[in-house]
Design a protein around this ligand. Structure first.
Ligand SMILES: C[S@@+](CC[C@H](N)C(=O)[O-])C[C@H]1O[C@@H](n2cnc3c(N)ncnc32)[C@H](O)[C@@H]1O
Length: 247
């Protein structure tokens, strides 16, 4: 007989287990799926290009976030945004589940002679405070949050609470609900019934404002569409949001 629920973490792990194993893209168990995704660096995946998100570049250009400082790139993949932050003078911690992504990001950092990025391979929500304790002036997430199942928002908000400095900024890009067709619009409860996340969850501005209501909103808008020749990455099927932790 199993009586194995005692803590919030026990509940979160139980809920993780309600999803089919092939749906897992958010725990160490999902790392091999991402390793396969990143194996061929020449695949025509838009965010494989070594260019930063247009919204991140814009926050810096407009002085909405100050540099330099300490930044965390959450779910950094091949490191395109971490590299941009390092080039702007940030000391960056960049974390990803996939060792294949981290190896690619490290290659890019070597080529760019970016020595101010510390890469971490593992589950951002399971790493110790020594590894990812912050406090960070900026926590940036492009495309990781929307891969988490609903209950893992608890872990996500816990990480922001522990690691974001007072007055620091949190910014994310995630699938937009609506006409884009990117991201599932099933209600949270229905996802558990289906045991699937359908490649990621779509969000509305209202849902993002509610989830991150502990922070002050600075800007929430669609990502601008950037042409293939642009030095910036931009896809309009994503929301971009910038929040600030009250000082
Ligand atoms: C859509 S990709 C985006 C990669 C990168 N941010 C970019 O935009 O180029 C999402 C990334 O989140 C990572 N990820 C998902 N869950 C994670 C977790 N719990 N801890 C660390 N990384 C995670 C995946 O390994 C994947 O590389």
């Amino acid at each position: 007989m199993d009586r194995n629920i005692r803590t919030v973490d026990d509940v979160l792990r139980l809920l993780d287990g309600l999803f089919a194993p092939e749906a897992d893209r958010w725990t160490d168990g999902g790392a091999s799926w991402w390793d396969g995704f990143y194996t061929d660096r020449s695949r025509p995946v838009p965010f494989f290009a070594a260019k930063p998100d247009e919204n991140l570049a814009s926050y810096l250009d407009r002085g909405l976030i100050a540099s330099p400082g300490r930044a965390l790139d959450l779910g950094c993949g091949p490191g395109r945004n971490a590299l941009h932050l390092a080039a702007q003078g940030f000391e960056v911690d960049a974390v990803d589940l996939s060792s294949t992504a981290i190896a690619w990001a490290e290659d890019r950092a070597r080529e760019a002679k970016a020595s101010s990025i510390r890469f971490h391979c593992g589950d951002a929500f399971a790493l110790t405070d020594e590894q990812l304790g912050g406090p960070y002036d900026l926590i940036y997430d492009s495309g990781c949050f929307h891969h988490l199942p609903p209950h893992r928002r608890v872990s996500y908000l816990g990480l922001l609470d522990r690691a974001l400095a007072p007055g620091g900024h949190f910014a994310l890009a995630c699938f937009a609900a609506g006409e884009s067709g990117m991201g599932s619009e099933l209600p949270d409860a229905a996802l558990y019934g289906e045991a699937a996340l359908h490649g990621g969850l779509a969000y509305t501005p209202k849902s993002l404002r509610w989830i991150f209501s502990g922070l002050e909103e600075v800007e929430l808008r669609r990502m601008h569409d950037e042409s293939p020749g642009s030095p910036l990455f931009g896809e309009p099927f994503l929301w971009t949001a910038l929040f600030r932790r009250r000082g």
